[in-house]
Design a protein around this ligand. Structure first.
Ligand code: XIL
Length: 383
């Protein structure tokens, strides 16, 4: 095991939440003229209200779903009902993270996750697990307790216990989330994370092997962000993720799919050609692809709701145009279903204080332009 310097809470705080990291202090006003978003003029299709996203997705061989949590689904019955109508896949947004599952070093608390599993069973939903190894949302006790000497034991025991708890009931697991970050300047572009600091890069292979041993039949996913833009750092990120997947495959590590988060930013450039090629390269490694956390950050977009929704839906359209062409893609998951509950309102709030509108359904549970664009993209794939 490669050991390195101990890590302080201060450095923990430097570990950013991926999607949020890239936009910085940009505002629409300081985007260049050529980068100013323009709504396209394609007409929106109208659909019968009885048809849902899961219906269109399933017809095109895709699983559609969204992230949510115990707190929301157990208290907002109107929303819970809508969630079950629209989705076939449920992803616990935070309830399977270490911070929720591990109240203390010796304890596992599955209460919220078990409630979600039960909700899923009652409503005919599948569940995907997020995330076994992630630098974010670690419990407060982590720093003081996990050391280079016991880190392997903690990682192994956590994965074994959690994967085994849900054995046979999970659609897939995000085994490792966001391990690559070229800006950290490490060999092979590893992200500086507590796990990397404690165990060195071997932590990734270890995590996949332990997960496969605990449940040999579940789909194991490497999940990462920022894979579709055209800045040099994004190109570096795509090739570093590809190299990582190639190494894992070459070492017979049981990885079955790449999860692409897809936290898109309305107003930033999207590199369709490079993203298309990237998807093809991943598929050539005999991996499936899942879009795991789709939303469109509207922080830089104009206030006017009609204009904003249209620009958000354009981003969905351009992204899904590429994604739908790749046969290796098996699922599309939104990071939240309705603007009533979205992490964007806390992590990427608008300067004008208006509520964020990144998702396909609005806060009153009405379908938005983005919903129509998604339905249309799924429908076209099926045709
Ligand atoms: C986010 C949740 O949505 C927030 O509620 C929480 O406060 C922080 O984490 N990439 C990921 C997700 O893989 O786990 C993150 O979820 C969003 C970015």
């Amino acid at each position: 095991m490669v050991l390195s310097r101990p890590i302080s809470r201060k450095r923990f705080l430097r570990y950013t939440l991926g999607a949020a990291a890239s936009v910085g202090a940009l505002t629409l006003a300081n985007l260049k003229e050529s980068q100013q978003p323009k709504a396209d003029s394609l007409p929106l299709q109208t659909y019968d209200s009885s048809l849902t996203l899961k219906h269109f997705a399933s017809k095109s061989g895709l699983l559609y779903g969204a992230a949510s949590g115990y707190q929301i689904l157990s208290t907002d019955s109107e929303y819970a009902q809508r969630f079950a109508e629209e989705c076939l896949l449920l992803v616990p947004e935070n309830d399977l993270k270490w911070r929720t599952l591990r109240p203390s070093p010796g304890e596992f608390d599955f209460f919220k996750a078990d409630w979600l599993m039960d909700f899923a069973t009652r409503n005919g939903l599948m569940v995907r697990g997020h995330a076994l190894v992630f630098h974010h949302s670690l419990p407060d006790w982590f720093d003081a307790v996990v050391t280079p000497d016991n880190a392997e034991q903690f990682l192994t025991q956590h994965i074994k216990t959690v994967v085994n708890h849900f054995k046979g009931n999970m659609h897939s697991w995000d085994v490792v989330n966001e391990a690559i970050h070229p800006e950290h300047g490490q060999r092979d572009n590893w992200r500086l994370t507590p796990w990397y600091d404690l165990l060195g890069p071997e932590y990734v292979e270890l995590a996949f092997r332990v997960a496969a041993e605990a449940d040999p039949n579940v789909t194991l996913v490497y999940n990462d962000n920022r894979l579709s833009l055209n800045r040099p750092s994004d190109r570096a990120k795509r090739s570093a993720v590809l190299r990582l997947l190639e190494r894992l495959k070459a070492n017979n590590v049981p990885v079955h799919a790449l999860g692409i988060q897809g936290h898109l930013t309305g107003g930033l450039q999207f590199d369709a050609a490079a993203f298309r090629e990237f998807l093809r390269n991943v598929a050539d490694l005999d991996l499936k692809i899942m879009i795991t956390e789709l939303d469109v950050i509207d922080q830089l977009l104009p206030a006017d709701i009609e204009v904003r929704d249209r620009l958000v839906s354009d981003m969905y359209r351009r992204y899904l145009d590429v994604v739908m062409d790749e046969p290796a893609v098996i699922s599309v998951v939104n990071w939240g279903l309705s603007d009533r509950y979205t992490w964007i309102s806390r992590h990427k709030p608008r300067q004008d204080g208006l509520p964020a509108r990144p998702l396909p359904i609005d806060a009153h549970l009405n379908r938005k332009a983005a919903w129509n664009v998604m339905a249309q993209a799924f429908e076209q794939r099926a045709a």
